[in-house]
Design a protein around this ligand. Structure first.
Ligand code: SF4
Ligand code: SF4
Length: 280
């Protein structure tokens, strides 16, 4: 049976918060029975936009991760509260507002996607806008999807085999794969959020060198690029480990990308390396 999925491209999100506001517009003051009660004006972030900063000044970048409920196939919230959580055959996970009066439901989600509504006394979360999908009023999918000006969030209704192919073709990733929750929310270009880069610049006689050879090897990679017009190179999508930087096959720097110290299961600590300007 076809399943609903969201695919979020980290490279295309610029933190404009349109998705967050569209979600508020759809649900604040609007109950959609039997899908959900109204969302309170404050405190809930059904579409929560996380941020990470990588590198060190001036070689720094920032990435944003829109994070809704993951609509897990093997949902921890359903395991702890089977009376309140409904996983539909089409993959959408809903919380029954009449059976969600247990505050502990908010603790059951490892992604922090469930919020407590003090006004209605219920646990709530992203519904994947199932009321719009079911009504056929959402030609481009849920509200967050069609409010995104860069099309960073996309909605698909696909057979699982078609989705498998898409995951392979577009190198999609999920959050916390080690939990085996089988999310229906996937991320594209996730390395911009959870992997490291090694960057720097090459100088000759104090002047930046455009088109200089830069090669990084080690930890299973061997990549080469030419420096840009500022003399800069940037190797991305790196795992922790030891690397060697070369130019014209001469080793110019050893660099270690350290392990990140996980502070919780989602947070990511910056381990990208700015090597500064290197005189060749
Ligand atoms: Fe439940 Fe959280 Fe998974 Fe959503 S992301 S289905 S709330 S466990
Ligand atoms: Fe909000 Fe709908 Fe987007 Fe979920 S799918 S975050 S409910 S707008």
């Amino acid at each position: 049976m076809k399943q609903h999925y969201l695919v979020i491209d980290i490279e295309q999100c610029f933190d404009c918060n349109n998705c967050f506001i569209a979600c508020k517009d759809e649900y604040v003051g609007n109950a959609w029975p039997p899908y959900t009660d109204a969302q309170p004006r404050h405190g809930h972030r059904w579409m929560n936009i996380e941020r990470t900063e990588r590198g060190a000044y001036p070689r720094i970048d920032v990435a944003y991760r829109p994070t809704p409920c993951m609509h897990c196939e093997d949902a921890p919230c359903e395991k702890t509260h089977p009376e309140a959580v409904i996983r539909r055959e089409d993959g959408i996970v809903l919380i029954d507002p009449h059976k969600a009066q247990d505050k502990h439901l908010t603790k059951s989600c490892p992604y922090g996607a469930i919020y407590w509504n003090d006004e209605s006394g219920t646990a709530q979360k992203c519904t994947m806008c199932a009321h719009l999908i079911d009504s056929g009023d959402a030609p481009s999918g849920p509200r967050c999807v069609h409010s995104c000006p860069t099309e960073a969030i996309k909605h698909y209704c696909l057979e699982p085999a078609e989705m498998e192919q898409k995951i392979k073709d577009e190198k999609l990733e999920i959050l916390l794969p080690e939990l085996n929750t089988k999310p229906h929310v996937f991320y594209k270009n996730y390395h911009l959020f959870n992997k490291a880069f090694v960057a720097g610049g090459f100088l000759k006689g104090g002047e930046c060198v455009k088109g200089a050879d830069a090669r990084l090897t080690g930890n299973g990679i061997d990549e080469r690029q030419a420096t840009d017009c500022f003399g800069d190179f940037k190797f991305d999508n790196l795992c922790p480990g030891d690397y060697t930087l070369y130019s014209d096959d001469k080793a110019v720097r050893k660099v270690t990308v350290p392990e990140v110290g996980a502070t919780d299961t989602i947070a990511f600590n910056n381990n990208s390396q700015n090597l500064g300007n290197i005189e060749l």
